[in-house]
Design a protein around this ligand. Structure first.
Ligand SMILES: Nc1ncnc2c1ncn2[C@@H]1O[C@H](COP(=O)(O)OP(=O)(O)O)[C@@H](O)[C@H]1O
Ligand SMILES: Nc1ccn([C@H]2C[C@H](O)[C@@H](COP(=O)(O)OP(=O)(O)O)O2)c(=O)n1
Length: 250
């Protein structure tokens, strides 16, 4: 099946399943919302949960990162709220929702690797803390959820509370600071100095938490603490929540 094109703003953003639609597309709606701090395991766990249930996958952090990359590229002043919101509205983003194939293209440039680099990571909170820019991206995220036929796992910081408060299953995935720093350190190749790693995990969370609360579970949101769990155990714990909340087997 060809990818789906969704007009998500003044500039068209294409949301595609480059490898074909996920298994199960066209079946009953099942929206799974996962929030949590940096390094809690959201992306890895959300992707696997999407595979097990045959759902699409939306990495909303990648959207904030893509917008940050675009602002840096265009020389947008990151302290100028109106300019950042304008960039968000015009963002020429193509983002895939296949959990097995990451596609993040901005204005024809593949930025999947660049958005994970320090340049973007160090700047992303400055972008993500502008409420007007958030409103633009939240609307796009809601369009992606709708375009999936409401068969999607979406992860970020405000999915359970703002983007999809009506999700069938809503989870706050946590892990203690020590575990999150160790995981991110390993993920980045174990070469980062401790001070920089602390800034990129704990410091960024502190900035991000000034505009969205991802440290306490809102009403109806189930907390899964992955500090002492393996990835597979965490996936299973999340699946258990989905099955209980939505009454749906994986
Ligand atoms: N119990 C666990 N649950 C989820 N991820 C874990 C776990 N233990 C280690 N990890 C690893 O932690 C790293 C960070 O996970 P990631 O999914 O990128 O987190 P987030 O999206 O919340 O920032 C990944 O390399 C992942 O494999
Ligand atoms: N729904 C979201 C998702 C991400 N963000 C912000 C907060 C983060 O600093 C950046 C990047 O998010 P991402 O999930 O990629 O962050 P991690 O690298 O997993 O720590 O975007 C947000 O404010 N709201």
């Amino acid at each position: 099946m060809e990818g789906r094109a969704v007009n998500t703003g003044p500039t068209e953003a294409v949301v595609a399943f480059p490898g074909g639609a996920p298994a199960g597309a066209g079946e009953e709606p099942l929206v799974v919302a996962i929030d949590g701090p940096s390094g809690s395991g959201k992306s890895s766990v959300a992707k696997e949960v999407a595979r097990r249930f045959g759902l699409a996958y939306l990495d909303t952090g990648a959207m904030y990162r893509a917008l940050t990359w675009w602002c840096l590229e265009q020389g947008v002043d990151l302290t100028d709220a109106a300019a950042v919101a304008g960039a968000a509205a015009a963002l020429p983003l193509e983002q895939g929702t296949d959990p097995d194939r990451e596609v993040v293209v901005v204005g024809g440039t593949d930025v999947a690797a660049a958005i994970r680099g320090s340049r973007v990571t160090d700047a992303v909170s400055a972008v993500a803390t502008h409420p007007a820019a958030r409103a633009v991206l939240v609307a796009r995220q809601q369009q992606v959820v709708a375009a999936s036929g409401r068969r999607i796992v979406a992860e970020g910081r405000d999915i359970t509370t703002v983007v999809a408060p009506d999700a069938d299953a809503r989870i706050l995935l946590t892990a203690d600071e020590r575990a999150r720093m160790a995981r991110r350190g390993l993920q980045l190749g174990g070469e980062q100095d401790a001070e920089r790693l602390h800034r990129q995990v704990v410091g960024r969370d502190a900035k991000d938490a000034t505009v969205v609360d991802f440290t306490r579970a809102a009403d109806g949101v189930v907390t899964v603490d992955s500090s002492e769990l393996t990835v597979e155990q965490t996936v299973q714990a999340v699946i258990d929540v989905v099955v209980r909340a939505a009454g749906r087997p994986a």
